[in-house]
Design a protein around this ligand. Structure first.
Ligand SMILES: Cc1cc2nc3c(=O)[nH]c(=O)nc-3n(C[C@H](O)[C@H](O)[C@H](O)COP(=O)(O)OP(=O)(O)OC[C@H]3O[C@@H](n4cnc5c(N)ncnc54)[C@H](O)[C@@H]3O)c2cc1C
Length: 531
């Protein structure tokens, strides 16, 4: 089966849909990607379909933390915190170069809704859960030394501790890519319009539609098991088996500030002065991202939600409060992004109090896996496969099988021959796995230069356009490499060079290029900036 993501891949994939699948996974976010990866490892013949681009849902719009979540500890969700801390440690080992340890400073301010000492107690529990002792208390002078922009007169002191950080979309892509390389089929821009049910009313397949609209294509595909990993959209499919909605989509938004306007080398977290919610300023890919909000998303569940005026003000106010010397204004925010948390609705007045634990519902043969976190994707996949055993039979299922491929030494050795700083090589290995060799060897010498103002190589752009299933320009600029988030003006100023590399790789003519640029610019203005 030819299931790679090089030129012509979607046509080939559509030609391969009619097979005896063990499992069909709906949704190409972190949950679906984790399930596909584990299903393939367990010897199942697996298909994944995604209505838009891979990772285009919440899984490219998170805070990018691989973390236990101190906030969950505060809400007494001990099990979730413990599991998440263990997953963090596991992913730090498995995903070197993709999941990295990150130092945090917790800032204790006069007037905080919670005394700093309580946070210190929480950190002790947090460290004990990871069987390590890394946190430390600091007074206000030390804190200012550790973080120069921290100029608020309200500073009392704080703590240092560690968590971890990733590139969420790249994590999804690596999982999907490795699942595909070991025999799975993953198809984007292919939507499940309807669940197919047998005479007994049990779900036994899906009716698919190609959402690109270039060719009118539909298909009905059957499997022993259908898993919905559709995140905040899960109720749409559950409705088709007669189930009442159970999810409460909560929108979370972030601001992106250039490093020079908020130069942080460590993450800084503090309680929002308005409502006492923890908020995070995170150094990521050369910029500072700040979030998040947690508000009911009351409008239609669109694919590209956007920040509201209230959220923008709420976030900016917090930054101004803690970093007054930076004199941050709305003009300093170069981009925004918003995602929808799939959270189970228990009717709590305060959305932030709703549990972030994952759920598995088996309803008329449709297995829905939702809720949870980016960090816990492996546990979600494992639980989904356990629940699937009855229907797919015996699984070659190793509880601790690595989720990411262990890279042969030869890969590291070949990459070591390329003249790149070690940190860059490690990034490539983490993000692209075995593909990193092809990535650096495919282009010209100039491709090994950095894209100005970013940590990305031009070679990454070429590789993405050539071999990573890019269908639209926003797939390339928002998720394969994140120029749309980290560059001013959504990276539009770089488009001449981007075009010189990507247009030929993608096989687009001039008219298609112009149409893609117009569509990308429109999307970026609607959903990735606030003007
Ligand atoms: C603002 C914010 C910050 C967060 N920060 C963190 C963090 O730092 N760390 C952490 O661990 N977690 C974090 N989370 C949680 C985490 O991001 C989510 O739990 C996770 O990304 C959800 O992944 P998913 O695959 O279940 O859903 P999604 O990523 O939304 O994927 C679902 C996919 O299903 C597709 N789909 C829907 N319907 C259909 C259909 N009918 N046919 C085909 N495809 C369909 C959608 O297009 C979508 O791509 C955060 C969440 C938010 C909102």
């Amino acid at each position: 089966m030819n299931t790679d993501w090089t030129k012509g891949w979607r046509d080939r994939a559509w030609g391969e849909l009619y097979q005896d699948w063990d499992v069909i996974v709906i949704g190409g976010g972190i949950t679906g990607a984790g399930i596909l990866r584990q299903a393939t490892q367990a010897g199942l013949h697996a298909l994944l379909v995604e209505g838009h681009d891979f990772a285009s849902g919440t899984s490219s719009r998170s805070s990018k933390l691989v973390h236990g979540g101190l906030r969950y500890l505060r809400n007494a969700h001990l099990k979730l915190t413990l599991e998440s801390v263990r997953e963090r440690e596991y992913l730090l080992k498995q995903g070197r170069g993709l999941v990295n340890r990150l130092g945090f400073l917790y800032v204790n301010l006069r007037g905080d809704h919670m005394p700093g000492a309580i946070f210190g107690l929480g950190l002790s529990v947090y460290d004990l859960m990871a069987r390590q002792w890394t946190h430390r208390a600091y007074d206000s002078l030390d804190m200012c030394e550790l973080c120069a922009p921290l100029t608020t007169s309200q500073l009392l002191g704080g703590y240092r501790y560690f968590d971890a950080q990733t590139d969420d979309a790249r994590l999804v892509l690596r999982l999907l890519g490795e699942a595909v390389a070991s025999g799975a089929l993953a198809l984007s821009y292919t939507r499940v319009e309807r669940l197919v049910r047998n005479r007994g009313g049990q779900v036994c397949g899906v009716a698919l539609r190609d959402t690109l609209g270039e060719v009118e294509r539909t298909a009905e595909v059957c499997a022993k098991l259908v898993i919905s990993a559709t995140g905040a959209w899960a109720d749409d499919l559950r409705e088709q088996v007669g189930k009442a909605p159970r999810l409460r989509p909560l929108r979370g938004s972030h601001l992106v500030i250039p490093f020079k306007r908020l130069p942080l080398t460590r993450a800084v977290t503090f309680l929002h002065p308005q409502d006492g919610r923890p908020v995070f300023a995170l150094p990521w890919e050369g910029v500072t991202i700040f979030g998040t909000t947690d508000v009911d998303h009351r409008s239609v569940l669109e694919s590209d939600p956007a920040i509201s005026g209230d959220e923008f003000e709420y976030l900016l106010h917090a930054l101004q409060h803690v970093f007054p010397g930076q004199e941050l204004s709305p003009e300093d925010v170069t981009a925004t992004f918003s995602g929808l948390r799939p959270v189970v609705n228990t009717g709590k007045a305060n959305p932030s109090k709703e549990s972030r634990e994952h759920v598995i519902w088996d309803e008329s043969g449709l297995l829905t896996v939702s809720g949870g976190k980016l960090t816990t994707f492996r546990l979600m996949a494992r639980d989904a496969l356990k629940a699937a055993r009855q229907r797919v039979g015996q699984l070659q299922f190793e509880q601790d099988a690595p989720m990411l491929d262990t890279l042969p030494q030869e890969v590291e050795a070949r990459l070591a021959e390329v003249s790149l700083p070690p940190a860059h090589r490690m990034r490539l290995l983490g993000r692209y796995g075995v593909q990193s060799v092809e990535l650096v060897e495919a282009g010209q010498q100039a491709d090994l230069d950095l894209i100005p103002g970013t940590p990305y190589l031009w070679a990454e752009l070429r590789h993405a356009a050539r071999a990573e299933g890019v269908v639209h320009l926003d797939d390339l600029l928002l998720r394969r490499i994140r120029l749309g988030i980290i560059c001013p003006n959504g990276g539009l100023d770089l488009l001449d060079r981007v075009r010189a590399i990507a247009q030929a790789e993608l096989g687009w003519d001039a008219a298609r290029w112009q149409a893609e640029v117009a569509a990308y610019a429109g999307l970026w203005r609607r959903s990735y900036c606030f003007r």
